[in-house]
Design a protein around this ligand. Structure first.
Ligand code: RAM
Length: 359
């Protein structure tokens, strides 16, 4: 059997059978003692805030998409934190944001490799759950970051900011820019993406406020975090809705592609664009008048917090229950409802402050 097909069999085995058995059959070494230690804290449901942070751990990062600059920054933050804590980092993941089967198989690979913890940004929460549960059954701590699954499929979710704040503020930003009047559209990432979908739900909630009565959301388009598709979707929106006044794109890939399209078209400065983008991607479009204001958090800080939460979980400092606290750098974080750990408030970038940021 070729090495690659043997590996596939092993991964499948790990996914459907007891990991210890599969690992033995595939020649892997088990770390049952370490795992059991970690698992017992979670099973007993007792966190020990004074537990020493373990070293020599391996934490696997599995972003939605590896060649997305947003995840490159986020995962670099995770890598730096793990280095500082004396543990190892590895990153695996698909290159397309709509390769849900690929993400599942990467979870299985990390499980088979018996990492101590994994940090996962879910492309599709439904698709990942079984594989993540299997990982947890094998004593691996699972942190979702950026894009969550349901709460039962991970130990904790490291969230970039309150989903409600993000959804509502993006509508507020755009409404102001278009004078509270006209047709608007949303250019999202993948149709299954948990993070974008929650933000869009809150955008729709915000739009119910009577102050937006003259604004009409005409379409939610999906660019799949693919630059070309996002560009074409923007073009398509303007063709379909020539009176469009504004676009919200809650994805770094989408907003950049939309800005690129608008900037080279007759709509530049006329059709307003906001959403979530990196200052480095958007600087030129703010300076050339295509974009007034948009927002984001520092992705590296999100990755840093995900790594530290993963190590705190493996060390038994936290189990993921509401009210538990742990220190990450200088900040003490308290775990909220449903195991959510929130990084903080996003920053709004505009011509006045954009040059102060480099990510
Ligand atoms: C893209 C991804 C990611 C999202 C950012 C804002 O890079 O969709 O999940 O959080 O945009």
């Amino acid at each position: 059997m070729r090495k690659s097909s043997l590996r596939r069999v092993c991964v499948t085995l790990a996914a459907v059978t007891s990991l210890a058995l599969a690992a033995t059959a595939c020649g892997g070494t088990t770390k049952e003692d370490v795992k059991n230690e970690g698992a017992s804290a979670a099973t007993a449901g007792k966190a020990d805030p004074n537990a020493e942070l373990k070293k020599g751990l391996t934490v696997g990062f599995l972003p939605k998409q590896v060649n997305n600059p947003y995840f490159t920054s986020a995962d670099k933050g995770g890598e730096a934190a793990l280095k500082e804590l004396g543990s190892s980092y590895k990153e695996v993941g698909p290159s397309s944001a709509t390769d849900t089967a690929g993400q599942v198989s990467y979870v299985n690979t990390l499980t088979q490799q018996q990492v101590d913890a994994m940090a996962v940004s879910a492309q599709d929460p439904g698709a990942l759950c079984t594989a993540l549960k299997q990982a947890m059954k094998n004593g691996i701590k699972v942190v979702t970051y950026d894009s969550d699954t349901t709460a039962d499929c991970r130990n904790a979710f490291v969230s970039q900011a309150s989903a409600e704040d993000l959804g509502r503020t993006e509508v507020q930003l755009l409404a102001e820019q278009i004078g509270y009047k006209g047709e608007i559209a949303i250019l999202s990432a993948a149709q299954t993406a948990t993070n974008q979908n929650i933000w869009i739900d809150f955008m729709k909630e915000e739009l119910k406020d009577p102050k937006y009565k003259d604004i009409k959301l005409v379409k939610v388009a999906y660019g799949d975090d693919d630059a070309q598709k996002s560009f074409q979707q923007t073009q398509g929106l303007l063709q379909e809705y020539p009176d469009l006044k504004g676009i919200i794109s809650p994805t770094t890939v989408g907003i950049k592609a939309a800005a690129q399209y608008l900037s080279g078209s007759k709509y530049k400065g006329k059709v307003k664009l906001t959403g979530l983008g990196t200052p480095n991607d958007m600087r030129k479009y703010v300076k050339n008048g295509t974009v007034e204001a948009f927002e984001l958090w520092d992705p590296a800080k999100l990755g840093d917090l995900a790594a530290r939460a993963a190590v705190a979980l493996v060390s038994g400092q936290i189990t993921g229950k509401e009210g538990e606290t742990f220190k990450a750098g200088e900040t003490t974080y308290t775990i909220g409802k449903d195991g959510v750990i929130s990084l903080g408030k996003p920053t709004v970038f505009d011509a006045k402050n954009i040059d102060q940021f480099n990510f």
